[in-house]
Design a protein around this ligand. Sequence first.
Ligand code: FES
Length: 163
Amino acid sequence: MITEATKERFAREVAKYPADQKQSAVMACLSIVQQEQGWVSAESEAVIAEFLGMAEIAVHEVTTFYNMYNQRPTGTYKLNVCTNLPCQLRDGYKALHHLESRLGIKMGETTPDGMFTLQQSECLGACADSPVMLVNDRCMCSFMSNEKLDELIDGLRAAEGKA
Ligand code: FES
């Protein structure tokens, strides 16, 4: 549910653009919803569409174009492994497959304890550091050998008291 406080945050984003270009704030509004709720539901898209005077499908097109917007709830830690071509050539898939086997899930799935969601990602702009990944859309991890991936998973589990 989108609260009045959330709509006030939307309004602050809208105020950054000319009055006849409210829809320029669509990405910011989607980010606010994701920050607050962890994902962007169709209901949230509808509220944003109405707030910005856009068609719901136009908001949905933005949500689905950028893979950092979650279209369903994710685990506590969303792990996005880059598998674009430069990373593919330098062990991107090896890293993804290692995580699949380590976590016991396939790409796109969430572990049964709700801790990890594993996804592929588009180029993260750090091809020379491959394999690279992003944790929760914020923390970039470079040169992710199988050993470093194991350390990361162990560290996150320990931080959650699930080691
Ligand atoms: S292709 Fe993976 S970071 Fe560029």
